[in-house]
Each structure stands twice: as structure tokens, then as C-alpha cells.
Design a protein around this ligand. Structure first.
Ligand code: CO
Length: 211
């Protein structure tokens, strides 16, 4: 059996098990998508949103990219955010990074990863620049990377708050609340690192006054 064929075999087994447990499982799911959470996580295969939060299909709307970035002209991310906030009406948006993130480690090097990856990793270097004095003072390389993982999550929370999508929902519906988390590959535990409740004021430069 080829490696990819195993996935299809396992899928059949999984679907069969689900129906055995609950004959109406798929009927219900098909007609129900009311997740309370949008998850913006890293593409890393070791950080599956549902597994690590003990949630089921239907409970979390998920977007993942390298190093869980919120880039203000990323049409993919903004479409997911718009749909989650304005149509699914999620109450919480979670940005979840993880310690040992390859994207963050790569951004800390001066290696040329070629065109597209250089472009993507650039914004992580920008996060470093914003927090340069704190990060420069950490001499242990692993600790420095871990702290950049946390600060990166925090910056992505700010980036969410800078969007008119979030600001309009804050003004009209007092949601969503924003949560910055970091997952530990070593112990499987999630550490909350920052939080922003709906309506929090940010740097006025980024606040729209005619939403
Ligand atoms: Co990662």
C-alpha cells in the first residue's frame, strides 16, 4: 500500500467508527456549522487545532500558515477572518504559535530562503526589530527563539485589532475577543500570553473613526 492510500483506508475506518458511535453524526454535522472560535495557527504538522484542544469537527474554524502570521494584505487570511467574524459570528479569535517554530527560527538566521519564503519571513524579522532591545538581551538562543514566538503571537493579535473587520465587529457587536496562545511541543500544554477584549483601544493611528 502506498503511503497516501493508508490515509484513505484510515478515513473509511474513521467514518465507520463515527457512525457506529452515533448513527446521526454526519447528518447533524452536515447541517451545522456554528463554531465559536476562529483558530489562526502554524501549519506545523505537530500542532493540530482540534486534537490539542479536545474539540470536535464543527467547533473550530481554522486557518493555518507558516508561523501563524496575520498579514494585512493576505487575501487568504482576511477572507477567513471576514467569513468567521461576519458570517459565522465567532466569539473568539485565537492566534496560537508554538515553541520551536521552524518559521521563527528561520527568520532569526541570515540565510537566503529564496523569493517567496524570504518575503513571508520578513515580517517576523520586523517583529524582532520592534522588540530588539528585549530580544538582544537574551543570550541563550533557544530562550531567545521562545520569546520571539511569544512576541510574534502578540504582534499578530495587534494586527488583528488593526483590521476594520475586527474593529467594526467590536463596535457593533462587542465581539470577538482576541487571545494569543503558545503551544509547547515538549509538554503539549498551551500557555496564554496575551488577550484583547472587544473594544480595547489600540494606537489611535490604527483606529478607524467612521466605521
Ligand atoms: Co511553526
Amino acid at each position: 500500500m502506498k503511503a497516501y492510500e493508508k490515509l484513505l483506508v484510515e478515513n473509511k475506518k474513521w467514518a465507520g467508527d463515527k457512525v457506529k458511535e452515533d448513527p446521526h453524526y454526519f447528518d447533524r454535522l452536515e447541517h451545522l456549522q456554528t463554531p465559536e472560535f476562529l483558530w489562526i495557527g502554524c501549519s506545523d504538522s505537530r500542532v493540530p487545532a482540534n486534537e490539542i484542544t479536545g474539540t470536535q469537527p464543527g467547533e473550530i474554524f481554522v486557518h493555518r500558515n507558516v508561523a501563524n502570521l496575520v498579514i494585512n494584505n493576505d487575501v487568504n487570511l482576511l477572507s477567513v477572518l471576514d467569513y468567521a467574524v461576519n458570517h459565522l459570528k465567532v466569539k473568539h479569535v485565537i492566534v496560537c504559535g508554538h515553541y520551536g517554530c521552524g518559521g521563527i527560527k528561520s527568520a532569526l538566521t541570515n540565510h537566503d530562503f529564496k523569493a517567496v519564503l524570504n518575503m513571508w519571513l520578513r515580517s517576523i524579522k520586523d517583529v524582532y526589530r520592534i522588540h530588539r532591545s528585549e530580544l538582544d538581551s537574551i543570550t541563550n538562543e533557544d530562550k531567545k527563539t521562545d520569546r520571539l514566538v511569544e512576541l510574534n503571537v502578540q504582534e499578530q493579535i495587534f494586527n488583528l485589532a488593526k483590521t476594520s473587520i475586527v474593529q467594526r465587529a467590536w463596535k457593533n457587536e462587542q465581539r470577538p475577543h482576541l487571545h494569543g496562545w503558545v503551544y509547547g511541543l515538549k509538554d503539549g500544554l498551551i500557555k496564554p500570553v496575551c488577550e484583547m477584549n472587544a473594544g480595547t483601544h489600540i494606537d489611535p493611528l490604527y483606529e478607524y473613526d467612521d466605521l
